[in-house]
Structure formats: C-alpha cells, structure tokens
Design a protein around this ligand. Structure first.
Ligand SMILES: Nc1ncnc2c1ncn2[C@@H]1O[C@H](COP(=O)(O)OP(=O)(O)OP(=O)(O)O)[C@@H](O)[C@H]1O
Ligand SMILES: [Mg+2]
Length: 212
C-alpha cells in the first residue's frame, strides 16, 4: 500500500500550504481529479521527488520514500504526451527501461515480450517519431513495464488521444495495473476515465485531497 500522510508543501508566494493525505492499493487505479490549478501535478511531483515537502510522509509498504532522490524512488511517471526519443526506434526507447548491465540477448527477449504485452508486436524497429499518439503511449507503457516499479503516476495520459484510442489505452492501463500489481495514481479531468478505471477516488480542493 502507498500511504501519503499530511504531506505539506507550498510554492513560492503560496500562503496556505497543501496538505495531502491519500491511500493507494496494489492492483488498483486511484484517481485524483480537481480544477485546473488545484495542485494535481504538484502532488505527483512531490511523490516523484521533484519537489521537497515541508513535512509529512510518503510510505510504500512501510518504507519511507521521502529521503530518496527521484531516480531511486520505486515509481514511473507517464505524462500526457510521452517524451520518447523520436530519432530512436521503439525498441531502443523501451530498452531505456532496462538496467544498464542487461545482456543483449536478455534485452531483446524482454523488449519483445513488452512490445507484445502492449500490443505493438513487430513495431520494434519503427522510429518513435513516426508512431501514432496511441502507439507512443504504448511504447511508454512498455518502457514502464521493464522498469518494473510498483507505483505508476499518470498525469492526464489520455488527453492527446482520440476517443477510440483513449478507450483502448485506458483498458491497457487497467490490465497492466491488475496484472503487475501496480499502485496506479491517475490524474484526470475526465469523468469517464475516472468512472471506468478507478477503484478509489479523490478530489483535490482547497489544498486537500477529499475521498469521494
Ligand atoms: N514552480 C512553481 N512556482 C510557483 N507556483 C507554481 C509552480 N508550479 C505550480 N505552481 C502553481 O501551483 C498551483 C497548482 O499547480 P498544478 O500544476 O499542480 O495544478 P494542476 O491541478 O495540475 O492544474 P492542471 O489541471 O491545469 O494541470 C497553480 O496555481 C500553479 O500556478
Ligand atoms: Mg497538471
């Protein structure tokens, strides 16, 4: 279980600090909604370690994550439009999720398995810049798979996708979350995404997360 307890933070010139408390369980999508500017991305940046809290706790299965720098935190972050290296192939982008010392043969096998799992069989050699929006999100999810981190943070990951693709990628996120026991935290404005995916829901209002 991911447990956030009274995590306090204020941006420069912010008079009343945020105070975030939240629970997210393995194998579940936990949704966070809230008005634009309410602090949703700030919350994810705190979890990812890009921002340093004033006080409070972030624990994964009772391990304190607050002292860990971003690269040592057991999580992956997926944004609206994925930051792939456009000049590299899909497979090379996915390989970035693997530890550096991984042997070539093992790399090939793991990349092929990840491509198959996200429904991109045979597209490994295609240059990332030439993939569709939905295919790029799949590549990003495949990279996340290989990173094998137990927490997945999603910030409006479906916004750039058309309706049909959005439904497919959404289902993929659900399947992967259940299969790999990820604690997935989904930030979304879209009632539909939240309705279909989330086991737990919070709304961010007046600097606090309210369970709804
Ligand atoms: N680096 C910063 N310095 C000062 N203020 C900031 C900084 N980053 C964000 N803010 C402010 O903090 C508030 C919350 O921003 P945040 O990006 O977390 O909102 P959000 O809920 O993700 O909004 P959106 O739905 O539009 O993405 C906003 O008022 C924003 O202007
Ligand atoms: Mg945001």
């Amino acid at each position: 279980m991911l447990r956030v307890e009274k995590l306090a933070f204020a941006h420069p010139r912010q008079t009343v600090p945020y105070e975030f408390s939240l629970l997210a369980h393995a194998g579940e999508v936990t949704a966070v909604s809230g008005a634009s500017g309410s602090g949703k991305s700030t919350l994810l940046d705190l979890l990812a370690g890009f921002l340093v809290p004033i006080s409070g706790q972030i624990e994964l299965d009772h391990e304190n994550l607050v002292p860990l720098p971003p690269e040592q935190r057991p999580l992956s972050l997926l944004l609206q439009s994925e930051s792939l290296f456009e000049h590299l192939s899909a497979a090379s982008n996915i390989a970035l999720g693997l530890p550096r010392h991984t042997l070539k043969a093992e790399q090939r096998q793991k990349i092929a398995a990840a491509l198959a799992e996200v429904g991109l069989d045979g597209l490994g050699n295609q240059q990332a810049g030439t993939l569709s929006g939905g295919q790029k999100q799949r590549v990003a999810l495949a990279r996340t798979l290989l990173r094998a981190r137990p927490v997945l943070l999603l910030d409006e990951p479906f916004s750039a996708l058309d309706d049909e693709t959005r439904v497919v990628i959404r289902e993929l996120v659900r399947t992967l979350t259940v299969r790999h026991r990820w604690h997935t935290i989904l930030v979304s404005h879209h009632a539909n995404d939240v309705e279909t995916l989330a086991s737990r829901r919070y709304v961010l209002r007046d600097g606090q997360l309210l369970a709804i």
